[in-house]
Write a protein that binds this ligand. Structure first.
Ligand code: GLN
Length: 400
């Protein structure tokens, strides 16, 4: 008897999304829940942000901030964002035309790309890239031109950047502090990007959600430098950020885009048809955070630096030499010496081998070889959790 032919699986996905890999973050968090492993995968803190900000959200909920907010964002938050950019970076913004509130930075990325990129346009993007960049570039029909930050130091090579630009380049999509590598671009690296952008008249869209999570022993004594502050860049740069990372409210999904009015309008033009407006009661609460808890992110960065050191020392002791990050809450290790097929195979086995979850970053590369054996570990977790995780790693036999 011939084997029965399996029924064809109906294809329900549009071609638009079918080619986009499912997000590894949700996959790995589900793996942690299923196995009970310690989750050093998806980057979310296990302690919430300032209580005064939660109280401001409760007051807004109870005070009737429950209907649509203006599409561009409530004035109090736009003004607070403008003050924030002024206070930290000396950037002067008109809160009525140069700031738009979005549903997390993820929506800001989506709206910026949908608002600025046509099918066939090329976008120069740092690789490894955060996965939503690829998803949105794919949905826009854009062609990505990666510039690879290569292990072990993950620095930007200005020659590679120049080589990635063609007459079809529409914009440069930047991310600093950079997820997943933890690289904070230096002023010199940023100047190289600025030189290329000015020479070719390109827009720069820069995701700076980790702007405050920079460590004081970073390569650059200056810490995080927004590229919009470089000469000639303010008028061509759209800067994206959010409250999620700076204030440990990743679930609130309040982000923003700032820059010259014509670029903010492009974001607004797309955002209107994505979410129309963002969560009304959370916006005054984030305004409260920016205005009344201005030192909270720096205090968070100081505790994260200790956790980074705890994690990195523990990884080293477990035979997983880390690249010590200058910013973000992620450290990367190369696992090629352990004999697994790749970083993904290692991460899929890790809950059973050691009771820990981490993120394989090879999916964030077009250059599969450059990322094949790289694994990202999050340290935005309580010290006890990090301590226990590295104890488990040291005790386990991590080799295939
Ligand atoms: N930004 C978070 C990280 O890099 C994950 C967000 C998500 O799950 N999409 O871990």
């Amino acid at each position: 008897m011939p084997a029965p032919t399996p029924a064809p699986t109906p294809t329900v996905l549009s071609a638009r999304v079918a080619s986009i890999a499912p997000t590894v973050f949700s996959e790995m968090s589900a793996l942690a829940v299923r196995t009970g492993a310690l989750n050093l995968g998806q980057g979310f803190p296990d302690v919430d942000g300032p209580p005064s900000v939660v109280a401001a959200a409760v007051a807004a909920l109870e005070g009737g901030a429950n209907q649509y907010s203006p599409g561009i964002g409530v004035p109090a938050l736009r003004q607070a964002i403008a003050r924030h950019q002024q206070r930290h970076y000396g950037l002067e913004l008109d809160p009525d035309t140069e700031v738009v509130v979005t549903t997390g930075c993820t929506e800001a990325i989506a709206a910026a790309l949908l608002g600025l990129v046509d099918p066939g346009d090329e976008v120069v993007v740092l690789e490894p890239y955060y996965d939503s960049y690829v998803a949105m570039l794919t949905m826009c029909g854009a062609v990505r031109r990666p510039v690879t930050l290569r292990a072990p130091h993950f620095r930007l090579d200005p020659d590679e950047l120049r080589a990635a630009v063609t007459p079809r380049t529409r914009l440069v999509l930047l991310n600093s502090p950079h997820n997943p590598t933890g690289t904070v671009l230096t002023r010199e690296e940023l100047q190289a990007v600025a030189d290329v952008a000015i020479e070719h008249d390109l827009v720069v869209v820069t995701d700076e959600v980790y702007e405050h999570l920079v460590f004081d022993d970073a390569l650059s004594a200056e810490g995080h430098v927004p590229i919009a502050t470089l000469p000639g860049m303010r008028e061509r740069t759209l800067t994206l950020s959010s409250a999620g990372k700076s204030y440990s409210f990743t679930g609130w999904k309040v982000g923003w885009a700032t820059g010259p009015a014509h670029l903010v309008q492009a974001v607004m033009a797309a955002k209107t048809w994505l979410t129309f407006t963002s969560g009304a009661p959370l916006q005054p609460a984030v305004a409260h955070a920016l205005d009344h808890e201005p030192d909270w992110p720096a205090a968070l960065a100081a505790t994260l630096q200790e956790r980074r050191d705890l994690l990195c020392a523990g990884l080293e002791a477990a035979g997983l030499t880390p690249r010590v990050p200058e910013g973000t809450y992620f450290a990367t290790t190369d696992v090629s010496h352990l004999g697994w097929a790749d970083g993904r195979a290692f991460c899929l086995a890790l809950p059973e081998v050691a009771g820990v979850v981490a993120i394989p970053t090879q999916g964030f590369y077009d250059d599969a070889e450059a990322g094949r054996n790289l694994v990202r570990w999050a340290f935005c977790k309580e010290p006890e959790v990090i301590g226990e995780a590295v104890r488990r790693l040291a005790a386990a036999d991590l080799a295939r």
